[in-house]
Write a protein that binds this ligand. Sequence first.
Ligand code: ADP
Length: 393
Amino acid sequence: MKDAILVLNAGSSSIKFSLFTTDGIALDLDCKGQIESLFDDPHFIASNPQGNPLSEKHWGKGFQLGHSKALEHLNLFLAQELSHLRLIAAGHRVVHGGTQHWGPIRIDQSVLTTLQALCPLAPLHQPHNLLPVRLLLAQQPELVQIACFDTAFHQGNDELVQTFAIPLELRQAGVRRYGFHGLSYEYIASVLPQYDVQAASGRTIVLHLGNGSSMCALVQGRSVASTMGFTALDGLPMGTRCGAIDPGVLLYLMRERGMNADAIEKLLYTQSGLLGVSGISGDMRTLLASQEPAAEFAIDLYLHRIRREIGSLAAQMGGLDAIVFTAGIGENCAPIRARVMNDSGWLGIRPNQAANRLGGPRISAANSRISAWTIPTNEELMIARHTLKAVRR
Ligand code: ADP
Protein backbone atom coordinates (compact mmCIF):
# COMPACT_ATOMS: atom_id res chain seq x y z
CA MET A 1 0.00 0.00 0.00
CA LYS A 2 1.42 3.41 -0.99
CA ASP A 3 1.69 6.35 1.41
CA ALA A 4 -0.37 9.42 0.60
CA ILE A 5 -0.40 13.10 1.54
CA LEU A 6 -3.57 15.15 1.42
CA VAL A 7 -3.22 18.87 0.66
CA LEU A 8 -6.06 21.20 1.60
CA ASN A 9 -6.52 24.83 0.64
CA ALA A 10 -9.75 26.05 2.18
CA GLY A 11 -10.84 29.53 1.15
CA SER A 12 -13.89 31.69 1.73
CA SER A 13 -16.00 30.20 -1.06
CA SER A 14 -14.11 27.09 -2.14
CA ILE A 15 -12.14 24.15 -0.79
CA LYS A 16 -9.38 22.86 -3.04
CA PHE A 17 -7.67 19.54 -2.44
CA SER A 18 -4.90 17.40 -3.93
CA LEU A 19 -3.89 13.88 -3.03
CA PHE A 20 -0.28 12.86 -3.65
CA THR A 21 1.27 9.42 -3.33
CA THR A 22 4.86 9.13 -2.20
CA ASP A 23 7.66 6.62 -1.81
CA GLY A 24 9.20 8.93 0.79
CA ILE A 25 11.10 10.98 -1.80
CA ALA A 26 9.07 11.59 -4.95
CA LEU A 27 5.54 12.98 -4.93
CA ASP A 28 3.03 11.89 -7.58
CA LEU A 29 -0.36 13.47 -8.00
CA ASP A 30 -3.11 10.87 -7.47
CA CYS A 31 -6.10 13.15 -7.89
CA LYS A 32 -7.16 16.73 -7.30
CA GLY A 33 -10.31 18.77 -7.21
CA GLN A 34 -12.42 21.33 -5.46
CA ILE A 35 -15.79 22.22 -4.13
CA GLU A 36 -16.50 25.73 -5.34
CA SER A 37 -19.29 28.27 -4.92
CA LEU A 38 -20.02 26.90 -1.44
CA PHE A 39 -22.84 29.34 -0.82
CA ASP A 40 -24.57 29.43 -4.20
CA ASP A 41 -24.71 26.67 -6.77
CA PRO A 42 -22.06 24.46 -5.08
CA HIS A 43 -20.14 22.16 -7.37
CA PHE A 44 -17.72 19.34 -6.53
CA ILE A 45 -15.30 17.95 -9.07
CA ALA A 46 -12.36 15.58 -8.69
CA SER A 47 -10.08 14.65 -11.57
CA ASN A 48 -7.15 12.36 -12.20
CA PRO A 49 -3.73 13.82 -13.10
CA GLN A 50 -4.69 13.80 -16.79
CA GLY A 51 -7.68 16.03 -16.01
CA ASN A 52 -10.32 13.35 -16.56
CA PRO A 53 -13.22 13.63 -14.09
CA LEU A 54 -13.39 10.95 -11.36
CA SER A 55 -16.40 12.29 -9.50
CA GLU A 56 -18.71 15.27 -9.80
CA LYS A 57 -21.73 16.65 -7.97
CA HIS A 58 -23.96 19.72 -8.29
CA TRP A 59 -26.18 20.81 -5.42
CA GLY A 60 -28.17 23.35 -7.43
CA LYS A 61 -28.64 27.11 -7.55
CA GLY A 62 -29.34 28.82 -4.26
CA PHE A 63 -28.16 25.83 -2.19
CA GLN A 64 -25.97 26.85 0.76
CA LEU A 65 -23.56 23.96 1.31
CA GLY A 66 -21.08 25.70 3.65
CA HIS A 67 -17.63 24.51 4.68
CA SER A 68 -18.51 21.71 7.13
CA LYS A 69 -20.91 19.95 4.77
CA ALA A 70 -18.46 20.38 1.89
CA LEU A 71 -15.75 18.70 3.96
CA GLU A 72 -18.14 15.85 4.76
CA HIS A 73 -18.66 15.31 1.04
CA LEU A 74 -14.93 15.48 0.40
CA ASN A 75 -14.41 12.89 3.16
CA LEU A 76 -16.81 10.51 1.43
CA PHE A 77 -14.90 10.84 -1.83
CA LEU A 78 -11.52 10.52 -0.12
CA ALA A 79 -12.60 7.41 1.83
CA GLN A 80 -13.04 5.66 -1.53
CA GLU A 81 -9.83 7.03 -2.99
CA LEU A 82 -7.84 6.19 0.15
CA SER A 83 -9.07 2.60 0.31
CA HIS A 84 -5.91 1.60 -1.59
CA LEU A 85 -3.61 4.21 0.06
CA ARG A 86 -2.26 4.93 3.57
CA LEU A 87 -2.77 8.60 4.54
CA ILE A 88 0.36 9.69 6.43
CA ALA A 89 -0.30 13.42 6.73
CA ALA A 90 -2.42 16.38 5.74
CA GLY A 91 -0.76 19.64 4.64
CA HIS A 92 -2.72 22.87 4.89
CA ARG A 93 -2.30 26.22 3.26
CA VAL A 94 -2.42 28.75 6.08
CA VAL A 95 -2.17 32.34 4.96
CA HIS A 96 -0.68 33.97 8.06
CA GLY A 97 2.02 32.64 10.38
CA GLY A 98 2.50 35.92 12.29
CA THR A 99 5.84 36.51 14.00
CA GLN A 100 5.87 33.06 15.62
CA HIS A 101 5.72 30.70 12.66
CA TRP A 102 8.16 31.08 9.79
CA GLY A 103 8.36 27.49 8.60
CA PRO A 104 6.04 24.51 8.17
CA ILE A 105 4.91 23.29 11.58
CA ARG A 106 3.01 20.32 12.98
CA ILE A 107 -0.34 21.48 14.25
CA ASP A 108 -1.56 20.56 17.71
CA GLN A 109 -4.13 22.28 19.85
CA SER A 110 -1.72 24.95 21.09
CA VAL A 111 -0.41 25.78 17.58
CA LEU A 112 -4.01 25.96 16.41
CA THR A 113 -4.75 28.49 19.16
CA THR A 114 -1.86 30.75 18.05
CA LEU A 115 -3.01 30.51 14.41
CA GLN A 116 -6.58 31.26 15.39
CA ALA A 117 -5.39 34.46 17.06
CA LEU A 118 -4.12 35.67 13.66
CA CYS A 119 -7.60 35.61 12.05
CA PRO A 120 -8.05 39.41 12.27
CA LEU A 121 -4.90 39.78 10.14
CA ALA A 122 -6.37 37.68 7.32
CA PRO A 123 -10.14 37.67 7.85
CA LEU A 124 -10.89 36.53 4.30
CA HIS A 125 -8.62 33.47 4.52
CA GLN A 126 -7.31 32.41 7.94
CA PRO A 127 -10.61 31.29 9.57
CA HIS A 128 -11.42 29.15 6.52
CA ASN A 129 -7.86 27.75 6.30
CA LEU A 130 -8.18 26.56 9.90
CA LEU A 131 -11.63 25.00 9.71
CA PRO A 132 -10.52 21.67 8.17
CA VAL A 133 -7.57 21.60 10.60
CA ARG A 134 -9.99 21.77 13.53
CA LEU A 135 -12.33 19.15 12.07
CA LEU A 136 -9.47 16.74 11.32
CA LEU A 137 -7.99 17.27 14.80
CA ALA A 138 -11.32 16.23 16.27
CA GLN A 139 -12.03 13.35 13.88
CA GLN A 140 -8.51 11.90 13.44
CA PRO A 141 -6.35 13.23 16.29
CA GLU A 142 -3.52 10.84 15.41
CA LEU A 143 -3.20 12.19 11.82
CA VAL A 144 -0.13 14.41 11.33
CA GLN A 145 -1.23 17.85 10.16
CA ILE A 146 1.27 20.39 8.86
CA ALA A 147 0.59 24.12 8.40
CA CYS A 148 2.44 25.78 5.50
CA PHE A 149 2.40 29.56 5.57
CA ASP A 150 2.08 32.11 2.79
CA THR A 151 4.14 34.53 4.86
CA ALA A 152 7.11 32.18 5.43
CA PHE A 153 8.93 32.71 2.13
CA HIS A 154 9.34 36.42 2.89
CA GLN A 155 10.95 35.87 6.28
CA GLY A 156 14.40 36.94 5.07
CA ASN A 157 13.23 40.37 3.84
CA ASP A 158 15.50 43.12 5.08
CA GLU A 159 14.37 44.97 8.21
CA LEU A 160 13.91 48.14 6.13
CA VAL A 161 11.54 46.28 3.81
CA GLN A 162 9.55 44.89 6.75
CA THR A 163 9.16 48.15 8.63
CA PHE A 164 6.26 50.61 8.70
CA ALA A 165 7.18 54.11 9.84
CA ILE A 166 5.31 53.85 13.12
CA PRO A 167 6.46 53.85 16.76
CA LEU A 168 8.61 51.02 18.09
CA GLU A 169 6.01 49.66 20.51
CA LEU A 170 3.62 48.83 17.65
CA ARG A 171 6.40 47.39 15.51
CA GLN A 172 7.45 45.14 18.37
CA ALA A 173 3.86 43.98 18.67
CA GLY A 174 4.11 42.56 15.13
CA VAL A 175 2.67 45.44 13.11
CA ARG A 176 5.00 45.10 10.11
CA ARG A 177 5.05 43.98 6.51
CA TYR A 178 4.87 40.20 6.11
CA GLY A 179 4.09 39.50 2.44
CA PHE A 180 1.88 36.69 1.10
CA HIS A 181 1.50 34.22 -1.80
CA GLY A 182 4.80 32.83 -0.50
CA LEU A 183 4.01 29.21 -1.41
CA SER A 184 3.45 30.27 -5.01
CA TYR A 185 6.67 32.32 -5.13
CA GLU A 186 8.65 29.53 -3.48
CA TYR A 187 7.39 27.07 -6.10
CA ILE A 188 8.28 29.45 -8.96
CA ALA A 189 11.75 30.00 -7.45
CA SER A 190 12.21 26.22 -7.24
CA VAL A 191 11.47 25.65 -10.94
CA LEU A 192 12.94 28.87 -12.39
CA PRO A 193 16.41 27.31 -12.98
CA GLN A 194 14.75 24.86 -15.40
CA TYR A 195 13.56 27.80 -17.50
CA ASP A 196 16.25 30.45 -17.18
CA VAL A 197 19.48 29.89 -15.26
CA GLN A 198 20.39 33.57 -15.53
CA ALA A 199 17.07 34.71 -14.06
CA ALA A 200 17.30 32.12 -11.28
CA SER A 201 20.69 33.44 -10.23
CA GLY A 202 19.76 37.08 -10.88
CA ARG A 203 16.94 39.53 -10.20
CA THR A 204 13.39 38.49 -11.07
CA ILE A 205 9.94 39.94 -10.48
CA VAL A 206 7.20 37.31 -10.21
CA LEU A 207 3.67 38.55 -10.91
CA HIS A 208 1.12 36.33 -9.17
CA LEU A 209 -2.03 37.64 -10.85
CA GLY A 210 -5.21 35.86 -9.75
CA ASN A 211 -8.27 36.82 -7.70
CA GLY A 212 -5.64 37.75 -5.17
CA SER A 213 -2.80 39.56 -6.92
CA SER A 214 0.67 40.42 -5.71
CA MET A 215 4.24 40.68 -6.96
CA CYS A 216 7.50 39.51 -5.46
CA ALA A 217 11.11 40.51 -6.10
CA LEU A 218 13.47 37.52 -6.08
CA VAL A 219 17.24 37.79 -5.88
CA GLN A 220 18.93 34.44 -6.46
CA GLY A 221 15.62 32.73 -5.80
CA ARG A 222 15.03 34.42 -2.43
CA SER A 223 12.30 36.94 -1.70
CA VAL A 224 13.66 40.42 -1.00
CA ALA A 225 10.38 42.37 -1.22
CA SER A 226 6.75 41.99 -2.22
CA THR A 227 3.71 44.17 -2.71
CA MET A 228 1.55 42.82 0.12
CA GLY A 229 2.13 43.95 3.69
CA PHE A 230 0.64 43.41 7.15
CA THR A 231 -2.41 41.85 5.52
CA ALA A 232 -3.21 40.49 2.06
CA LEU A 233 -5.01 43.76 1.34
CA ASP A 234 -1.97 45.83 0.39
CA GLY A 235 -0.31 46.32 -3.00
CA LEU A 236 -2.16 45.73 -6.27
CA PRO A 237 -5.92 46.09 -6.65
CA MET A 238 -7.42 42.58 -6.81
CA GLY A 239 -10.71 40.91 -7.72
CA THR A 240 -12.54 42.44 -4.76
CA ARG A 241 -9.72 43.86 -2.58
CA CYS A 242 -8.63 47.49 -2.84
CA GLY A 243 -4.83 47.11 -2.73
CA ALA A 244 -2.72 50.03 -1.47
CA ILE A 245 -4.81 52.89 -0.16
CA ASP A 246 -3.98 56.07 1.74
CA PRO A 247 -4.63 55.21 5.43
CA GLY A 248 -6.22 58.65 5.71
CA VAL A 249 -9.15 57.27 3.70
CA LEU A 250 -9.93 54.91 6.59
CA LEU A 251 -10.00 57.80 9.05
CA TYR A 252 -12.32 59.69 6.73
CA LEU A 253 -14.65 56.67 6.44
CA MET A 254 -14.81 56.33 10.22
CA ARG A 255 -15.27 60.02 11.04
CA GLU A 256 -17.34 61.34 8.16
CA ARG A 257 -19.22 58.21 7.07
CA GLY A 258 -19.65 56.66 10.52
CA MET A 259 -18.32 53.32 9.30
CA ASN A 260 -17.11 50.84 11.92
CA ALA A 261 -14.33 48.25 11.51
CA ASP A 262 -16.68 45.55 10.19
CA ALA A 263 -18.13 47.84 7.54
CA ILE A 264 -14.67 49.01 6.44
CA GLU A 265 -13.40 45.43 6.34
CA LYS A 266 -16.31 44.42 4.11
CA LEU A 267 -15.73 47.41 1.83
CA LEU A 268 -11.98 46.88 1.42
CA TYR A 269 -11.96 43.08 1.14
CA THR A 270 -15.12 42.24 -0.75
CA GLN A 271 -16.54 45.34 -2.48
CA SER A 272 -13.44 47.02 -3.89
CA GLY A 273 -10.74 46.15 -6.44
CA LEU A 274 -11.85 45.27 -9.98
CA LEU A 275 -15.40 44.72 -8.75
CA GLY A 276 -15.64 48.01 -6.91
CA VAL A 277 -14.10 50.09 -9.70
CA SER A 278 -16.03 48.49 -12.56
CA GLY A 279 -19.31 47.96 -10.71
CA ILE A 280 -19.60 44.90 -12.95
CA SER A 281 -17.38 42.04 -11.79
CA GLY A 282 -14.16 41.13 -10.03
CA ASP A 283 -13.46 38.46 -12.62
CA MET A 284 -10.93 39.44 -15.28
CA ARG A 285 -12.55 37.31 -18.00
CA THR A 286 -15.90 39.06 -17.50
CA LEU A 287 -14.26 42.48 -17.59
CA LEU A 288 -12.29 41.70 -20.75
CA ALA A 289 -15.48 40.53 -22.46
CA SER A 290 -17.42 43.65 -21.41
CA GLN A 291 -17.90 46.69 -23.67
CA GLU A 292 -18.60 48.98 -20.69
CA PRO A 293 -16.13 51.88 -20.22
CA ALA A 294 -16.13 51.14 -16.44
CA ALA A 295 -14.78 47.63 -17.13
CA GLU A 296 -12.01 49.08 -19.28
CA PHE A 297 -11.19 51.65 -16.61
CA ALA A 298 -10.90 48.95 -13.91
CA ILE A 299 -8.45 47.01 -16.11
CA ASP A 300 -6.49 50.22 -16.82
CA LEU A 301 -6.20 50.89 -13.09
CA TYR A 302 -5.01 47.32 -12.44
CA LEU A 303 -2.31 47.73 -15.10
CA HIS A 304 -1.34 51.19 -13.88
CA ARG A 305 -0.68 49.78 -10.40
CA ILE A 306 1.29 46.84 -11.83
CA ARG A 307 3.45 49.26 -13.85
CA ARG A 308 4.21 51.31 -10.71
CA GLU A 309 5.00 48.27 -8.58
CA ILE A 310 7.32 46.80 -11.22
CA GLY A 311 9.28 50.06 -11.10
CA SER A 312 9.34 49.98 -7.32
CA LEU A 313 10.52 46.36 -7.06
CA ALA A 314 13.14 46.87 -9.81
CA ALA A 315 14.42 49.90 -7.88
CA GLN A 316 14.56 47.82 -4.70
CA MET A 317 16.77 45.24 -6.49
CA GLY A 318 18.83 47.85 -8.36
CA GLY A 319 17.92 46.31 -11.71
CA LEU A 320 16.03 43.48 -13.34
CA ASP A 321 16.86 40.33 -15.33
CA ALA A 322 13.49 38.63 -15.78
CA ILE A 323 9.77 38.79 -15.10
CA VAL A 324 7.51 35.77 -14.59
CA PHE A 325 3.72 35.69 -14.92
CA THR A 326 1.74 33.15 -12.91
CA ALA A 327 -1.73 32.33 -11.42
CA GLY A 328 -5.13 32.58 -13.17
CA ILE A 329 -4.63 35.88 -15.00
CA GLY A 330 -0.85 35.59 -15.31
CA GLU A 331 -0.96 32.10 -16.81
CA ASN A 332 -4.01 32.50 -19.05
CA CYS A 333 -4.46 36.08 -20.11
CA ALA A 334 -2.23 37.05 -23.05
CA PRO A 335 -3.70 40.57 -23.48
CA ILE A 336 -2.87 41.53 -19.87
CA ARG A 337 0.65 40.07 -20.19
CA ALA A 338 1.15 41.98 -23.46
CA ARG A 339 0.17 45.26 -21.83
CA VAL A 340 2.40 44.66 -18.80
CA MET A 341 5.35 43.91 -21.09
CA ASN A 342 4.67 46.98 -23.25
CA ASP A 343 4.39 49.15 -20.13
CA SER A 344 7.79 47.80 -19.03
CA GLY A 345 9.51 48.50 -22.35
CA TRP A 346 11.52 51.30 -20.67
CA LEU A 347 13.18 48.63 -18.49
CA GLY A 348 14.31 46.64 -21.53
CA ILE A 349 11.53 44.10 -22.03
CA ARG A 350 10.77 43.28 -25.69
CA PRO A 351 7.76 41.00 -26.01
CA ASN A 352 7.44 38.14 -28.48
CA GLN A 353 3.75 38.66 -29.24
CA ALA A 354 3.25 35.36 -31.05
CA ALA A 355 4.83 33.36 -28.21
CA ASN A 356 2.74 35.35 -25.74
CA ARG A 357 -0.48 34.50 -27.57
CA LEU A 358 0.53 30.82 -27.54
CA GLY A 359 1.23 30.94 -23.81
CA GLY A 360 5.02 30.72 -23.69
CA PRO A 361 6.79 29.62 -21.60
CA ARG A 362 9.24 32.25 -22.96
CA ILE A 363 7.25 35.26 -24.12
CA SER A 364 10.05 37.80 -24.65
CA ALA A 365 11.91 38.33 -27.92
CA ALA A 366 15.35 36.76 -28.44
CA ASN A 367 16.96 40.24 -28.27
CA SER A 368 15.09 41.29 -25.10
CA ARG A 369 17.54 42.37 -22.40
CA ILE A 370 15.05 41.22 -19.79
CA SER A 371 13.44 37.83 -20.35
CA ALA A 372 9.73 37.28 -19.71
CA TRP A 373 8.11 33.97 -18.86
CA THR A 374 4.77 32.33 -18.19
CA ILE A 375 5.15 29.61 -15.57
CA PRO A 376 2.19 27.79 -14.00
CA THR A 377 2.30 27.92 -10.22
CA ASN A 378 1.72 24.85 -8.06
CA GLU A 379 1.11 25.82 -4.45
CA GLU A 380 -0.33 22.36 -3.72
CA LEU A 381 2.89 20.61 -4.73
CA MET A 382 4.87 23.07 -2.61
CA ILE A 383 2.68 22.24 0.41
CA ALA A 384 3.07 18.50 -0.27
CA ARG A 385 6.86 18.90 -0.44
CA HIS A 386 6.93 20.76 2.89
CA THR A 387 4.58 18.24 4.47
CA LEU A 388 6.63 15.26 3.34
CA LYS A 389 9.81 16.90 4.63
CA ALA A 390 8.16 17.60 7.99
CA VAL A 391 6.89 14.02 8.27
CA ARG A 392 10.33 12.61 7.48
CA ARG A 393 11.89 14.87 10.14
P1 ADP B 1 -7.36 32.57 -6.89
O1 ADP B 1 -6.61 33.75 -6.37
O2 ADP B 1 -8.77 32.49 -6.41
O3 ADP B 1 -6.59 31.25 -6.83
P2 ADP B 1 -6.94 32.30 -9.75
O4 ADP B 1 -5.46 32.23 -9.70
O5 ADP B 1 -7.70 31.06 -10.12
O6 ADP B 1 -7.56 32.92 -8.43
O7 ADP B 1 -7.32 33.46 -10.80
C1 ADP B 1 -8.64 33.82 -11.04
C2 ADP B 1 -8.62 34.97 -12.07
O8 ADP B 1 -8.00 34.49 -13.28
C3 ADP B 1 -10.00 35.48 -12.43
O9 ADP B 1 -9.98 36.90 -12.51
C4 ADP B 1 -10.20 34.89 -13.82
O10 ADP B 1 -11.04 35.69 -14.62
C5 ADP B 1 -8.79 34.93 -14.36
N1 ADP B 1 -8.63 34.04 -15.52
C6 ADP B 1 -8.66 32.70 -15.57
N2 ADP B 1 -8.53 32.28 -16.84
C7 ADP B 1 -8.46 33.39 -17.61
C8 ADP B 1 -8.33 33.63 -19.02
N3 ADP B 1 -8.28 32.64 -19.88
N4 ADP B 1 -8.27 34.92 -19.42
C9 ADP B 1 -8.35 35.94 -18.55
N5 ADP B 1 -8.46 35.77 -17.22
C10 ADP B 1 -8.51 34.52 -16.76
